[in-house]
Design a protein around this ligand. Structure first.
Ligand SMILES: *[C@@H]1O[C@H](CO)[C@@H](O)[C@H](O)[C@H]1NC(C)=O
Ligand SMILES: *[C@@H]1O[C@H](CO)[C@@H](O)[C@H](O)[C@H]1NC(C)=O
Ligand SMILES: *[C@@H]1O[C@H](CO)[C@@H](O)[C@H](O)[C@H]1NC(C)=O
Ligand SMILES: *[C@@H]1O[C@H](CO)[C@@H](O)[C@H](O)[C@H]1NC(C)=O
Ligand SMILES: *[C@@H]1O[C@H](CO)[C@@H](O)[C@H](O)[C@H]1NC(C)=O
Ligand SMILES: *[C@@H]1O[C@H](CO)[C@@H](O)[C@H](O)[C@H]1NC(C)=O
Length: 544
């Protein structure tokens, strides 16, 4: 964010390329040293901006601060797709979302996909996973997938419960998300009872559900999760004075795709400032509870003498808007949703370092291989983070050349009625939709406008144009968008066929039933029209 525009970055990249041309690629650790253990703690929905100033003023996160003191924090780390399964598919495969074709929460990697963990195991690591994984196909609710498939249908339905808060327990209660604590306990036991005596290096993954909001009981089982739940113990860690109340544009000024997101997330109604402040406070409290689980893992490594021999990585699959831009959840390219935490500490990792380079979750794959000294395949989307982490700053270049000065994020799932592509480089964030021309693109100057309230795409057409060109050189995005549309229709048609005569009842009673049941015919007709359009399109193709 410090250095100039994209041209400045590109220029720097060229210089680096020239300087690094003759440099030898350097392994993560010299050959004579043992290969390091790795622990990856990945939580769900933690806004990365809470790990550095000024976001870190809002809540006390002692374990993250510990990692910052003894390691490196990335100031510009992004998810490759701001929703669970596609993001995790990118992290476990090292590939961008248009390459994994993980279009929504229902469609991830094949169950036998070879992840970095599989490769590490094959190369002599002891490997263990605990908790939430969610990177393979076939999971999440029927509502969730049908909402994604039908996002091009010309209707607008509320799909989520209204975001709300709930206080539970007492002032000493720190185990609120019991399931995550049990998973953390298992990981700790594994460290203390097994890992401690391994003669080989190990890799441990801990997947947490927090700080993802909880289901809203009033809305029933088939609903999303819109309750921010915590105990007084965690709420006391939040600094209410530092909580910023986000500015909202009026409903008519919103970008049309944002309006669709806000509406389907049931956020277009009235919210008082107090309500918004509370949602944000409860969310931050949930982040504090997450931080405590990370702390337990660090303590277990210290107690067993493994801390000095283990690289710890902390990240999240995406962030949480917590009412920024009139939304909760993620599925958005705005910072609250797309900016993830990324902290690394351990042997060889520089202490108290803040890295401004843009990085993303596809970088985890090559980083893991680098740590394990496994050759990194040439065709990954990500780049190893090791050169950015090293204590000694030498001229380092991977065999593939320097890491690019941009990161890419994409979104193709529910609550957003168009495929979205985001390029982050220098101070700019460029967001474009669908085929690039039918929906207004967005450009934000994150230095001047960190809250992303002013779209300057029209004001800086040359920048917008050059970023669009760069994006086109990375991915033929109009083509990806239309193949997602095709996929959505096909999936919907086969689902509809599988239901036979029950179709009308089943579709009416999904998560959107409150709205749907008010005018069943209207919404079914909208679907028929959408499916009819496919037939018309296919007809044209056949004639060609
Ligand atoms: C927030 O982070 C900044 C640097 O990133 C640090 O100087 C400051 O002490 C932190 N504040 C808190 C409350 O942790
Ligand atoms: C949307 O929010 C309203 C309250 O504002 C609530 O009554 C309604 O049940 C919510 N809709 C859904 C689909 O949950
Ligand atoms: C680990 O090895 C040590 C020494 O060999 C032994 O005393 C200890 O019981 C072992 N720990 C476990 C959990 O097996
Ligand atoms: C998305 O939904 C909004 C709100 O209904 C609508 O104005 C906009 O045209 C839709 N965009 C696309 C690409 O369908
Ligand atoms: C990448 O290359 C490896 C062989 O090095 C191959 O097995 C794999 O399928 C390739 N992946 C992609 C996405 O091209
Ligand atoms: C339709 O619903 C009935 C009653 O729930 C069920 O027995 C039947 O198997 C369903 N048919 C299909 C095609 O799903």
């Amino acid at each position: 964010m410090r250095d100039g525009g994209p041209l400045g970055r590109a220029g720097l990249a060229l210089l680096l390329m020239a300087a690094g041309a003759g440099a030898r690629p350097r392994p993560a650790a010299p050959e004579d040293q043992p290969r390091r253990n790795v622990v990856l703690v990945a939580c769900d929905s933690l806004d990365g901006r809470l790990t550095f100033f000024p976001g870190n003023q809002t809540v006390d996160l002692p374990s993250i601060n510990f990692m910052k003191r003894h390691g490196t924090v990335f100031l510009n780390a992004y998810t490759n797709s701001p929703i669970c399964c596609p993001s995790r598919a990118a992290m476990w495969s090292g590939l961008f979302t248009h390459l994994t074709e993980s279009w929504n929460n229902f469609k991830g990697l094949d169950p036998d996909y070879v992840t970095w963990m599989d490769l590490m195991e094959k190369h002599g690591y002891r490997a263990q996973k605990f908790g939430k994984l969610d990177f393979t196909s076939g999971h999440h609710s029927v509502s969730n997938r049908v909402e994604a498939w039908t996002r091009d249908v010309n209707f607008l339905l509320r799909q989520e419960g209204r975001p709300m808060v709930k206080l539970t327990g007492h002032r000493k209660q720190f185990r609120v998300m019991e399931k995550d604590w049990q998973t953390t306990d298992k990981a700790i036991n594994w460290i203390k009872e097994e890992a401690v005596n391994f003669t080989q290096p190990f890799v441990l993954y801990l997947g947490l559900n927090l700080p993802h909001p909880y289901p809203s009981p009033y809305a029933g089982e088939n609903f999303g999760s819109s309750t921010f739940l915590t105990s007084p113990y965690w709420l006391e860690k939040v600094n209410y004075e530092a909580i910023k109340i986000p500015k909202w544009p009026s409903l008519s000024e919103m970008h049309p795709v944002d309006y669709y997101s806000s509406y389907t997330k049931n956020c277009t109604g009235e919210f008082t400032k107090e309500e918004v402040r509370n949602i944000r406070a409860f969310y931050y409290a949930m982040c504090a509870e997450t931080d405590a689980m990370l702390g337990e893992i660090i303590s277990a490594l210290r107690d067993t003498g493994l801390l000095g021999k283990t690289i710890i990585i902390f990240t999240a699959d995406h962030g949480e808007l917590a009412m920024e831009h009139r939304q909760f959840y993620k599925m958005s390219m705005y910072e609250g949703s797309s900016h993830v935490p990324l902290l690394v500490m351990g042997p060889g990792v520089r202490e108290q370092q803040q890295v401004p380079n843009v990085v993303s979750l596809v970088d985890i794959y090559p980083t893991m291989l680098d740590i394990a000294r496994i050759p990194v395949p040439q065709n990954l989307s990500g780049y190893s983070l090791i050169p950015l982490l090293h204590e000694k700053s030498e001229n380092e270049a991977s065999p593939r050349g320097p890491r690019p000065s941009w990161v890419l994020s994409e979104f193709h799932g529910c609550n957003v009625n168009s495929s979205v592509y985001m390029l982050r480089t220098g101070k700019w964030k460029y967001i474009t939709y669908s085929d690039g021309s039918s929906v207004l693109p967005q450009l934000f100057d994150l230095t001047a406008d960190p809250d992303e309230l002013t779209n300057v795409a029209i004001k800086f057409p040359v920048t917008a144009y050059s970023l669009d060109k760069l994006l086109h050189s990375i991915v033929n995005y109009p083509k990806v968008s239309s193949s997602v549309q095709e996929y959505n229709k096909q999936q919907f048609i086969s689902w509809k066929q599988s239901l036979g005569q029950n179709y009308s009842n089943v579709i009416a009673n999904l998560r959107w039933h409150q709205d749907w049941l008010k005018d069943r015919k209207k919404y079914e007709n909208a679907i028929d029209k959408w499916l009819g359009d496919v037939d018309a399109l296919l007809g044209i193709h056949y004639r060609c």
